[in-house]
Design a protein around this ligand. Structure first.
Ligand code: IMP
Ligand code: MG
Length: 174
C-alpha cells in the first residue's frame, strides 16, 4: 500500500491566515501579554509562526499530552506527558493546538489552566474537524475548518511522518 499526499491548504494560504490570527490576538490583548502553550509535537510549527505575528509581549512554553483509548475508540482520558517549565498563574493563557478532533485534549487542558490560576484561558487551533467532536469545546481562534479527512503536514503526522511538509495535505492510500 502506498501513500499519496493531496494538497489541501497550500503554504501561502496558511501563512496568510496565521498572520490574520496573529493580528486578531494582538488586537484582543492590546496592553496585555499572552502566554502561548504549544501542545507538542503537532502544534509546534503553527505556534512558532503564530508567535512571530503577535505584537503584544509573548511568552511561549511547551507541553505534551497523550490520550488513552482502547483500540480506535478514545476514552476521553488525557494525560500530561511533559509539563510546562513556567508557571501559568496570573497569565493570559492561549492554548495552541494543531487540530481539534474529538475535543478531549482541549477540554482537559482548559480545565488544567483554570485550576492553575491562569488569569484567562483561550483556545487557538490551526485546524478544526467539527464532524468528529465528542465533547463541546469553545474555540476562540480557528485557522481553518476542514472536513473529516486525515491530514498531515505543518506539524501533523501520519505515523510520525510528514510533519515537515510546508503545507497541509490529505493522506490518500492506494
Ligand atoms: P482530540 O481533539 O483530543 O481528539 O485530539 C486531537 C489530536 O489528535 C490532535 O492534536 C492530533 O495530534 C491528532 N489528530 C487528530 N486528527 C488528526 C489528523 O487528521 N492528522 C493528524 N493528527 C490528527
Ligand atoms: Mg496534538
Amino acid at each position: 500500500m502506498s501513500e499519496n499526499i493531496r494538497v489541501l491548504l497550500p503554504e501561502d494560504e496558511l501563512a496568510g491566515r496565521i498572520a490574520e490570527l496573529g493580528a486578531q490576538i494582538s488586537k484582543d490583548y492590546e496592553g496585555e501579554s499572552v502566554f502561548l502553550v504549544c501542545v507538542l509535537k503537532g502544534a509546534s510549527f503553527f505556534a512558532c509562526e503564530l508567535a512571530k505575528r503577535i505584537t503584544v509581549p509573548v511568552i511561549i512554553d511547551f507541553m505534551a499530552t497523550s490520550s488513552y483509548g482502547s483500540g480506535t475508540v478514545s476514552t476521553g482520558v488525557v494525560k500530561i506527558k511533559k509539563d510546562l517549565d513556567l508557571d501559568p498563574a496570573g497569565q493570559n493563557v492561549i492554548i495552541v493546538e494543531d487540530i481539534i478532533d474529538s475535543g478531549n485534549t482541549l477540554n482537559y487542558l482548559s480545565q488544567v489552566f483554570k485550576d492553575r490560576g491562569a488569569k484567562s484561558v483561550r483556545m487557538c487551533t490551526m485546524l478544526d474537524k467539527p464532524d468528529r467532536r465528542e465533547v463541546d469545546v469553545h474555540v476562540d481562534y480557528t485557522g481553518f475548518t476542514i472536513p473529516d479527512q486525515f491530514v498531515v503536514g505543518y506539524g501533523l503526522d501520519y505515523d510520525q511522518k510528514y510533519r515537515n511538509l510546508p503545507y497541509i495535505g490529505v493522506v490518500e492510500l492506494d
